[in-house]
Ligand binder design. Sequence first.
Ligand code: BGC
Length: 261
Amino acid sequence: MTSGPLYGVDVGGTCIKGALVDPATGHLTTKRHRIPTPQPSTPEAVAHTVEEIVRHFSWRGPIGVTVPGVVREGVVSTAANIDDAWIGTDAAQLLTSVTGCPARVLNDADAAGIAEMVYGAGAGRSGLVVMLTFGTGIGSAVFYKGELIPNTELGHLEFHGMAAERYAAARNVERDDMDLTVWSRRVGEYLRYLERVLTPDLFLFGGGISKRFSQFSRVLDVATPVLAAELRNNAGIVGAALAGGDTEPARGHRTGPKETG
Ligand code: BGC
């Protein structure tokens, strides 16, 4: 891994933010530069916003960029909470040509998971770790012995006749005023379902709402330990920066856990 700073950009449905990251600590070495996501959030419009963010810090090196969808070899193949025009777009190529910086593109939850496994609540944890990000949708990042299994999309499992993310995303509370306890019970049901089918050793609970974790963790009622993610809103930027600075192919990311038994 490089020892100088790395650059990560997190593309979300409402805003796009980027910062330089110190790979030794996972801390941001600059303030985040944040611009509202253009609407419609087409690949070209988003690429130009990413370029503006990159230019803000006069950055010229490699960049890592997250996208809220499935990304294989730089090509986006789903777009649940972003413009449909992303489907089939070679985002790595587009972002590289628009920004002039070699770009690696990965799923936003995978990026957040990488950051948590290296610097946050998942550091040193082996076994099967399932990171979930609760926001507009539900993103997932699954790690086995520290190795990312990318693009898992556990938020799209069918649950109560709908996509699980419709049933249990934080948007229900943040936008639609659902009572926190009602929502937490839904999340608990969903986690117990994941528990039955995956038998994880640990859940990491991410997304902006995780700052209220202590208010609802007791309602979740799951046997598997659940830890609040620690990097909060910076997890996507940090994970993207690490992926961008990685020289390995974009298929997976080893986080090198200590075996804790
Ligand atoms: C997308 C995922 C994404 C998640 C969180 C889901 O709707 O399908 O790829 O990780 O939202 O943004």
